[in-house]
Write a protein that binds this ligand. Structure first.
Ligand code: HEM
Length: 148
């Protein structure tokens, strides 16, 4: 593919990845407080849906932004030490860490067993979920504004 065509294609895929990822994480942030207040059967159904969202949107979007982001970094001839890129990558890694270490296992457990377990765990998951969402919102700002 000629060079001139690569960047728009990669950028489109990258933005699709961002839409999937942030869409999925936003859905989780809306679902968790609903699930916490739902009856057992409804809770089970909501967490099953949340797990679907994790697989179809969060994991897919996360892989897509990572692969296309690194390719854009190289193909777009950005310097290695570009401030917004390094910080954006770092915040993405932090959000992925929170998801992999806590949020995804929490959803996976809640989908099969009765709910999330204790009320404090549900409250912690809600807070961590909002932090992950906020990190990704900051990444979008950094990528769009490219401020430094
Ligand atoms: C995983 C590490 C990431 C890397 C290495 C990366 C890299 C890049 C690069 C190099 C660009 C500039 C493309 C250009 O101007 O030609 C870009 C744009 C963009 N990135 Fe990322 N990105 C990453 C993660 C993310 C994440 C997590 C999101 C959002 C959830 C995101 C959202 C965007 C958006 C919306 C743009 C478009 C900016 C515009 O064209 O105005 N990126 N990214």
């Amino acid at each position: 593919m000629p060079y001139a065509a690569q960047v728009p294609v990669l950028r489109t895929l990258h933005v699709f990845g961002a839409i999937f990822l942030l869409g999925g994480v936003s859905t989780h942030a809306l679902l968790r407080p609903m699930a916490a207040r739902a009856t057992d059967a409804a809770q089970q159904a909501l967490f099953q849906f949340a797990w679907r969202v994790e697989l179809a949107l969060v994991y897919t979007g996360s892989a897509l932004v990572l692969i296309t982001g690194v390719l854009l970094w190289i193909v777009g001839h950005f310097k290695v030490f570009t401030g917004w890129l390094l910080l954006g990558f770092l915040l993405y890694a932090a959000a992925a860490g929170l998801d992999g270490a806590f949020l995804a296992p929490n959803l996976r457990r809640a989908r099969t067993t009765a709910g999330e377990g204790s009320q404090p765990v549900a409250a912690a998951a809600m807070t961590v979920q909002l932090v992950a969402w906020l990190l990704l919102v900051v990444v979008v700002f950094l990528m769009v504004a490219q401020p430094f």
